[in-house]
Ligand binder design. Structure first.
Ligand SMILES: Cc1ncc(COP(=O)(O)O)c(C=O)c1O
Length: 415
């Protein structure tokens, strides 16, 4: 594995900050293996948000009173802190708060895509895009007359880079690719993809919803033009997501949503916009959530993202090995290694993924079943649904055993 030399996590100490994990379902200790959907939130993040509500709560950018000034400062600083966490040196000028990754995708697809795309332009996606990217670009392409192309996935769950080189041409206006696949666990070669797109003067959007929570990410090293992620998958709260964009690109884009808080001057006839990021954040923003996300970033940085990654890779490998021993079980995505993240999707012969998840629930094991918002990818894999176990900093290798027992139980029930 790639990061074996970092100091292992003290999972027991980590779990002490997640009281939600210390519960039983019908008398059996809960095993939470659904962090790729939403990760749990540690006490320091919950405390930061409850302190905010107890001590600082007010609307931002509007008041000159003490609380409003404090809330505004906390909200603004959160942008800088999160920007720093992902290596964006422009701070708040490059980091917009949205509702989630999905809204970040929509922001660029609408603000940039509706203006720039037209017949003859191509948007290149991968076959493993989440619907957040796939549906959004598909619909904006339909409205503008642009075409959408998909880079194919190989048998072993990686991107076919030969096909990527065929797909990305001088007609490519935008390459939008997922950094880490939420279904296959594949870590895509985003630097190479971005370089390829830039060689053809295309812009790039990277969906980092599963990457930022689980590994060190440096948006400038990737050279992505836009990069998106969600608070709730990285030990932060729901209701807040992020859009990184290169300063010059964000500065020249028009807003996507309109209203108060984002304007410079309004008359009955016309309006002008404030600075980035405020021009993309109309209305009352997620203030407490920004405070929580700031705390989540502090929390993750204190653990160390390299250790988070190593822990995830270790768990994924252990799960991969344990599940591989089960007859009739198929695992999707690459074998464990540096291009495989900490989640494992699988199917079990004769057992529908939903039945499997339901029997896992009987064993107090929380996994996800369905298409994981990647329906076309599931069509390509030839399955309607998969079951997915995903891990985070608080999971232990011992928690894989109850998963295996639940799967074996399902197997005997449906034999
Ligand atoms: C790869 C990927 N992209 C986008 C999303 C959408 O994230 P959100 O629901 O927070 O907008 C997810 C969520 O599962 C994801 O895994």
């Amino acid at each position: 594995m790639s990061h074996q030399r970092v100091e292992p996590l003290d999972v027991e100490a980590i779990r002490a900050e997640y009281p939600i994990l210390d519960q039983s379902v019908d008398g059996t200790p809960l095993v939470y293996l659904d962090s790729a959907a939403t990760a749990q939130t540690p006490d320091p993040v919950v405390d930061a948000m409850s302190d905010y509500y107890r001590e600082t709560n007010a609307n931002v950018h509007r008041g000159i009173h003490h609380l409003s000034q404090q809330a505004s400062a906390a909200y603004e600083e959160a942008h800088d802190r999160v920007a720093e966490f992902v290596g964006a040196s422009g701070g708040r000028k490059e980091l917009v708060f949205t509702k989630n990754t999905t809204e970040s995708e929509n922001l660029i697809a609408h603000a940039w895509g509706l203006r720039e795309l037209g017949p003859g332009d191509e948007v290149v996606l991968t076959q493993m895009e989440h619907h957040a990217s796939l549906v959004t670009w598909q619909q904006v392409a339909m409205r503008t007359g642009a075409d959408v192309k998909y880079i194919e996935v190989t048998e072993d769950g990686r991107l076919d880079m030969d096909h990527a080189r065929e797909c990305i041409t001088d007609d490519t206006a935008m390459l939008s690719a997922v950094h880490v696949s939420n279904t296959l666990g594949t870590v895509n070669p985003v630097n190479e993809l971005v370089d390829l797109a830039h060689e053809h003067d295309a812009l790039t959007f990277i969906d980092g919803a599963q990457a930022v929570p689980t590994r060190p990410v440096d948006v400038e090293a990737i050279d992505a033009d836009f990069y998106a992620f969600s608070g709730h998958k990285m030990a932060g709260p729901t209701g807040i997501g992020c859009l990184y964009g290169k300063e010059a690109l964000l500065a020249e884009l028009d807003p996507y949503l309109y209203g108060g808080g984002m304007i410079r001057k309004v008359t009955y006839d016309d309006s002008t916009w404030g600075e980035v990021p405020w021009k993309f954040e109309p209305g009352t923003p997620p203030i407490a959530e920004a405070v929580g996300l700031h705390a989540a970033v502090d929390y993750l940085e204190e653990i160390g993202m390299e250790r988070v990654q190593a822990h995830e890779e270790h768990l994924a490998e252990a799960a991969y090995d344990a599940l591989s021993d089960i007859d009739g079980l198929t695992i999707y995505g690459p074998e464990p290694g540096p291009d495989r993240a900490g989640l494992v999707s699988f199917t079990l012969e004769n057992v529908h993924a939903h039945d499997l998840a339901s029997i896992c629930n009987d064993h107090a094991v929380a996994i996800r079943a369905g298409d994981h918002c990647t329906q076309p990818l599931h069509d390509t894999l030839g399955v309607a649904a998969t079951a997915r176990a995903s891990f985070y900093v608080y999971n232990t290798v011992d928690e894989i055993e109850p998963l295996v027992e639940a799967i074996e139980d399902a197997q005997s029930l449906f034999a």
